[in-house]
Design a protein around this ligand. Structure first.
Ligand code: C2E
Ligand code: CA
Ligand code: CA
Length: 396
């Protein structure tokens, strides 16, 4: 089973015309008709620019050959030499005839998506690793809503240590999933799936609400430091998010300055304007804003100026330097300086060693969050940490 489509097909419609787009789809169909004329292959157009080809292995020759000989020349004729048309071909070899056709098509689709965003035509065959990924995705999607109703998601807190006092100066709320039967699942296994299917927004609001409940239930008994909650890009840019957040704060009579929202800068590429508007709106409510994962992936210093954030969270990758004293540490040191001049507090994430803690303190970082001081802990343990006024140490 092959699943294939044309990369960035929409740009053909917008840059040329819908007629050219239609011609491209017809050209692909014609090329397949020719290539598979003498075979028993079944070819169908699924939607828009997506096709499925169901054939005996090898019938009609290799897909690579068909693409080069039959498809590409037709497309070049329609769009000219300059426009490079790339396609993504995913395939799944059917060895088990008991499997449902929808599953097999799903495998081929998964393989097709696997090859995407490489700026070239790709041919990917579904394998065991992808199968695992695909099954996990289906299972998670199937179970997530009920799991939220059944309160299978719970929130842990990871203390942030103030470098001046070496006491807890804040915490980050992190979600965990404990299915009724089975082991706790960590966010890396389900957050990317929720970001794809949109469920992340419901989960983000749930985590915010659980955090507010924690604050309300315990604030009479202890001084709870400010707690930060992660909001995915999708959540930040979704409709009515500001009123949803403000409703939750009101429901539990939470002073907004007790809550910090962690937003990732990768979020800022998509829907940049909406993102900046939301930051303003959240700040107008009185919430604090932090830029999460700064220095992971592509970071832009411009963003520090563009976003009116209160806190900068340095990603582990940024300061996890093998050459302290060398060039990279000069960069980190000056980013910290710059953040301070912009009136931002600086939190270093993923602090794991004595050397890191010592160095980060010496360059005036405000807070450390990392296994060196404390791991994410259950709410009861977090209460104990606060009540004991735990004093951390930087020592060998
Ligand atoms: P993040 O926001 O960067 O959160 C910090 C992650 O680093 C946490 O992983 C934390 O356990 C881990 N960490 C803390 N200290 C150390 C350390 O010293 N060394 C190392 N190697 N890691 C450390 P966790 O809890 O597995 O969360 C992973 C990611 O999942 C988070 O990264 C965040 O992007 C996402 N996430 C977690 N909860 C939520 C949520 O409620 N909503 C959204 N949208 N995303 C969430
Ligand atoms: Ca975070
Ligand atoms: Ca982070």
């Amino acid at each position: 089973m092959f699943s294939l489509d044309i990369d960035m097909f929409k740009t053909i419609n917008t840059h040329y015309s819908n007629e050219k787009g239609t011609a491209v789809i017809q050209a692909v169909a014609d090329a397949f008709k020719t290539a598979f004329a003498e075979t028993s292959a079944v070819i169908c157009r699924k939607t828009a620019d997506q096709f499925l080809v169901f054939r005996k292995v090898g019938d009609g020759g290799s897909m690579q050959q068909i693409y080069t000989d039959n498809i590409l020349p037709n497309l070049t004729e329609i769009l000219g030499e300059k426009y490079r048309v790339h396609m993504s071909f995913g395939s799944a070899i059917i060895t088990n005839c008991q499997e449902k056709s929808t599953a097999i098509i799903g495998y081929a689709d998964t393989a097709r998506q696997h090859g995407k965003s490489q700026n070239k035509t790709t041919f990917v065959t579904f394998d065991d690793a992808m199968k695992k990924f695909y099954k996990n995705k289906i299972e998670i999607t199937f179970r997530m809503e009920q799991a939220l109703k059944d309160r299978e998601f719970y929130v842990v807190f990871q203390p942030k240590v103030n470098f001046d006092t070496l006491k807890v100066g804040g915490a980050e709320a992190l979600v965990r999933w404990k299915p009724k039967l089975g082991q706790t699942i960590f966010p890396d296994a389900f957050i990317p799936v929720f970001e794809q299917n949109g469920f992340i927004s419901a989960l983000d609001l749930y985590v915010l609400e659980e955090t507010c409940k924690f604050i309300v239930t315990n604030s009479a008994k202890m001084d709870i430091p400010r707690i930060s909650v992660n909001l995915s890009a999708l959540t930040v840019t979704s409709d009515n998010i500001v009123s949803k957040v403000s409703d939750i704060l009101e429901k539990y009579s939470i002073d907004p300055s007790e809550i910090e929202l962690e937003l990732t800068e990768s979020a800022i590429d998509n829907a940049a304007e909406t993102f900046l508007l939301r930051v303003k709106q959240f700040k107008a409510l009185g919430l604090l804003i932090s830029i999460d994962d700064f220095g992971a992936g592509v970071s832009s210093l411009n963003r520090l100026a563009a976003i009116d954030a209160d806190i900068l969270k340095l990603d582990k990758a940024f300061f996890d330097l093998k050459d302290q004293g060398g060039k990279s540490s000069v960069v980190v040191e000056n980013v910290v300086k710059m953040a301070k001049e912009l009136n931002m507090l600086v939190v270093a994430e993923g602090v794991e060693t004595y050397a890191q803690a010592l160095w980060l303190k010496s360059i005036n970082c405000d807070y450390a969050q990392g296994y060196y001081f404390a791991k994410p802990i259950l709410q009861d343990e977090f209460k104990e940490v606060i009540l004991s006024k735990n004093q951390y140490q930087i020592s060998k």
